[in-house]
Design a protein around this ligand. Structure first.
Ligand SMILES: Nc1ncnc2c1ncn2[C@@H]1O[C@H](COP(=O)(O)OP(=O)(O)O)[C@@H](O)[C@H]1O
Ligand SMILES: [Mg+2]
Length: 260
């Protein structure tokens, strides 16, 4: 494949004029988005605001009606190999008969090739990733026999072995136990501190300030993007959540409080 000239290579992720529709209904409308390298970014917005659609568009899983994406300056086809993706849990078939170790090893196939058998070194890499998530003792279990939080950790281990530079995670903390949440966030912080870029669809407004340094607020359109302190404002929350804001103002989050 001929390399195209780099476009906006200073950003880990650059999205320009992106519009995505399902039928006549726009899911994303004229999105302009820049994520600098080395940040831990939360993508926040109400249900149905296009968060999952945004991640899928970045991966090229959905064809937009307009706009384009650049990953470290390159078009999707050339940049995708640097991206690790953890889909929303509800989008995965957990009854698929396969072991934990096999699921993680699948993350290596892009590098070892689908037609070659994984060897000892690959198995060791997969085991090391499982250990980072506290799941090494579950390697031979069927994936269907794990709790939701354990399944989520296995899927993150699969993304980890890809040694990506940009990680996209779709609600990795939804319906997981407190131990899993801590293990996942500790790992993501370590990756961020190594210079990787982490983009997390995040549903819990009470932990945005604690966990993230960058924020994208979305509701079909971009409401705000930038450092959390600039974007996590009452005005933006009202614009993104509208009528649902009563819920937020009911005590869950006070955007004026720097340490909720
Ligand atoms: N495959 C699909 N076909 C039709 N509509 C879809 C499809 N996927 C998502 N949508 C719709 O697009 C909108 C955005 O969905 P999604 O990106 O999943 O939102 P979020 O992840 O923020 O909850 C929603 O209204 C949803 O119903
Ligand atoms: Mg979603």
């Amino acid at each position: 494949m001929q390399d195209q000239p780099l476009h906006e290579p200073q950003f880990a992720l650059h999205v320009e004029d992106l519009t995505v529709t399902y039928g006549a209904q726009p899911a994303l409308w004229d999105i302009d988005l820049d994520i600098p390298p080395g940040v831990m970014a939360a993508v926040v917005g109400p249900n149905g605001s296009g968060k999952s659609t945004l991640l899928k568009s970045v991966l090229g899983l959905i064809r937009p009606v307009a706009g384009h994406v650049r990953i470290f300056g390159r078009p999707i086809a050339q940049g995708r190999g640097r991206v690790g993706y953890v889909p929303q849990r509800s989008a995965v078939d957990w009854d698929f008969p396969t072991t934990v170790l096999d699921v993680v090893t699948m993350g290596l196939y892009a590098r070892i090739g689908w037609l070659r058998r994984p060897g000892r070194a690959h198995r060791d890499q997969a085991m090391a990733a499982l250990a980072e998530l506290g799941m090494q003792d579950f390697a031979d279990r069927q994936i269907s026999q794990l709790s939701g939080g354990q399944q989520q950790r296995v899927f993150i281990a699969r993304a980890l072995v890809q040694q990506a530079d940009l990680y996209l995670l779709d609600e990795p903390l939804a319906a997981v136990d407190a131990t899993t949440e801590r293990i996942i966030m500790d790992l993501l912080k370590r990756l961020r501190d190594q210079g990787r870029t982490i983009v997390v669809v995040h549903h819990d407004l009470t932990t945005v300030r604690r966990y993230f340094d960058w924020m994208v607020m979305l509701n079909v359109r971009i409401i705000g993007q930038g450092p959390v302190a600039q974007v996590f404002t009452a005005e933006n929350l009202r614009a993104a959540y509208g009528g649902q804001l009563a819920l937020i103002e009911g005590g869950a989050v006070d955007p004026a409080d720097p340490h909720p």
